[in-house]
Design a binder for this molecule. Structure first.
Ligand code: FAD
Length: 298
């Protein structure tokens, strides 16, 4: 058995940033079921929305988000995320992420995406996620307090409820003690004990046949949490993109949201536009509106 202060399952932006923010005072183990950079985070293209410009305001970002959320947003979470966006982006810049600057070097270049009333998307060319992922994963690899286990699949959480037949003292009704992890190179399951276990296993987009998500997005963390007795909510919110390339013999991939933000138009096979008939915001309507319009036309 290996013992750590913190066990983080998942090596995307969530897992990497938590590891870096924790490891100065704690012994951290970061587990990833494939290579460290095989994540949805690495695939993100367009960029990160945050209020970074004096013409923009947190209030406008909150309003845009509430409108795009069609009445389903948690208002407190929306406010928290909009308020802390700038600080989070500044932290990424401090870590060394090379976001694209204006040509005259006057500041960072911001693009626009559907649903946003202002230019507020900071980006690293059209491969923002990759820039963030490799910057943070390099720092994680170099950190003396972080042990990285690649090609290790978390199989299940170990909880006091599951091990009450052993000598483990339950301090809580049902506390998490770590996880069972399959080492793919040996085929053996190892036990990692930790005071804190964090599921940063990303989404579950691969439950759909067609998705822009990577193969790792299979909802493992949600399933493990459910088996451990956690409450699972909001499962209807699956990340999807209205526009992706379809080819009968190739995997679909995302046509970036930024294409519409920068003036890209959606057209029918006869070359005519259809978004103006569906929404006054046309191609810049939020994703759900654009997706429904495409579905209707198809
Ligand atoms: C094509 C695409 C484009 C996108 N563009 C944008 C964008 O422009 N802007 C934006 O804000 N967002 C974008 N997103 C969304 C964004 O990428 C995700 O919301 C974000 O990366 C999620 O980060 P994460 O760390 O939670 O998950 P991920 O980055 O998916 O990381 C999950 C990690 O968990 C690991 N894992 C899963 N199960 C296990 C297991 N059982 N054992 C061990 N490890 C496990 C995976 O291997 C992976 O390392 C995009 C997503 C995609 C797919």
């Amino acid at each position: 058995m290996q013992q750590f202060d913190v066990l983080i399952i998942g090596s995307g932006l969530a897992g990497l940033s938590l590891a870096l923010r924790t490891a100065d005072n704690k012994k951290v183990c970061l587990v990833s079921k494939r290579a460290i950079n095989d994540t949805a985070s690495d695939w993100a293209q367009g960029g990160i929305a945050a209020v970074l410009n004096d013409d923009d305001s947190v209030e406008a970002h909150i309003q845009d988000t509430l409108i795009a959320g069609a009445g389903l947003c948690d208002a407190a979470v929306t406010k928290l995320v909009a308020e802390q966006g700038k600080q989070a982006v500044e932290w990424l810049i401090e870590q060394g992420v090379g976001f694209t600057r204006e040509q005259d070097n006057s500041g960072y270049h911001l693009t626009r995406e559907g649903g946003h009333s202002h230019r507020r998307i900071i980006h690293a060319a059209d491969a923002t996620g990759h820039a963030v992922q490799i910057t943070l994963s390099d720092k994680v690899r170099q950190h003396p307090n972080i042990t990285v286990l690649e090609n290790h699949i978390a199989v299940d959480l170990i909880t006091t409820r599951k091990v009450t037949h052993t000598k483990v003292e339950a301090t809580d009704d049902n506390a998490c003690l770590g996880a069972y992890i399959l080492d793919k190179s040996t085929g053996k399951v190892i036990t990692i004990a930790a005071q804190n276990t964090i599921l940063a296993t990303g989404g579950a987009g691969k439950v759909y046949l067609y998705t822009t998500n990577p193969d790792v997005s299979t909802g493992d963390g949600i399933a493990m949490a459910w088996r451990a007795g956690c409450r699972v909510a909001n499962m209807e919110f699956i990340q999807f993109h209205p526009t992706c390339l379809f080819h009968p013999h190739a995997k679909s991939f995302l046509i970036s949201e930024v294409v519409r933000g920068e003036g890209g138009l959606l057209k029918l096979p006869d070359g005519s536009r259809f978004m103006p008939e569906h929404d006054p915001r046309e191609e810049l309507a939020p994703r759900d509106v654009v997706a429904r319009a495409i579905d209707y036309e198809m």
